[in-house]
Design a protein around this ligand. Structure first.
Ligand SMILES: C[S@@+](CC[C@H](N)C(=O)[O-])C[C@H]1O[C@@H](n2cnc3c(N)ncnc32)[C@H](O)[C@@H]1O
Length: 247
């Protein structure tokens, strides 16, 4: 099976290389996301946030929150409800950008925590729902810590709680798959690297997206790690997808 395969790299080296990459993010990070997806990333995050809130969760956490785009949607959509919102990331610069962004808006309060997905400072079963926006790939693609990330996510979600993921996927249609890969190689890896000045980071983004799991493999990974049910919602012909996994 392809799903749990990992590159031969020392586990700590993998954690450190991802950590280094995400602590050197450019201030243009959000702008690059909008440019490279033509704004679709935000539409997809909002859709995922709505799916997360559909079951009326009281305690929600946005895992790997980055600059906070997903948790901002969760906050805006929660305006009239009593809801406890948390956001966690291991990159201090990303969290600083998120805090600044949130401070400018009149939103319901968000508790930001610096921490690692492999060992989170929350009680077992604390959250009714967790979201992961475009970071599940970082947590699971050739990452030797994948089992720790998955078991830790499962631990902090309550029984019947939800994990909602939005992530790049692999389109079934051969022409779309070809165009998706071309786009990743030319626009994301080359142009993204050139404009942002962070070539290695955008190369990693493009190549991990090209080689990432299919929706069927993601579903299998989630079921194997202990979720009882997984629904998949393809986006734009399958270039991305939302997954709703129930514990
Ligand atoms: C591609 S960004 C996605 C950010 C955000 N969720 C979004 O929708 O744009 C991936 C984020 O995951 C964080 N991250 C990666 N591995 C992590 C880990 N093991 N623990 C905590 N955060 C992690 C990075 O610091 C980065 O902010």
């Amino acid at each position: 099976m392809r799903v749990m395969e990992t590159k031969h790299e020392h586990p700590e080296d993998k954690r450190r290389s991802l950590y280094r990459m995400f602590t050197r993010v450019p201030s243009s990070y959000d702008l690059m996301n909008r440019l490279l997806t033509l704004g679709l990333d935000e539409r997809w995050r909002k859709k995922a946030a709505k799916k997360c809130l559909a079951a009326g969760p009281s305690r929600v956490m946005d895992l790997c929150t980055g600059t906070g785009d997903m948790v901002m949607h969760l906050s805006r959509l929660s305006k009239n409800g009593k809801r406890e919102l948390h956001a966690l990331d291991f990159s201090p610069p990303m969290l600083n950008l998120a805090r600044k962004k949130v401070a400018k808006k009149a939103l319901i309060p968000i508790r930001f925590t610096e921490g690692d997905a492999a060992s989170m400072p929350y009680e077992t079963g604390y959250f009714d729902a967790i979201t992961v926006g475009f970071a599940f790939r970082n947590l699971t693609y050739r990452n030797p810590h994948t089992p720790d990330h998955l078991s830790e996510i499962l631990r902090i979600i309550r029984k019947d709680g939800r994990l909602v993921i939005v992530e790049t996927a692999q389109p079934d249609n051969r022409l779309l798959k070809f165009l998706f890969r071309l786009y990743m190689k030319v626009f994301v890896a080359r142009l993204g690297g050139w404009i942002s000045g962070h070539r290695a980071a955008y190369r990693y983004l493009a190549y991990s997206a090209i080689h990432y799991y299919t929706p069927a493999e993601i579903k299998e990974l989630l079921l194997q790690s202990g979720f009882s049910r997984v629904e998949t919602y393809p986006l734009m012909g399958g270039i991305a997808a939302i997954y709703v996994a129930v514990k």
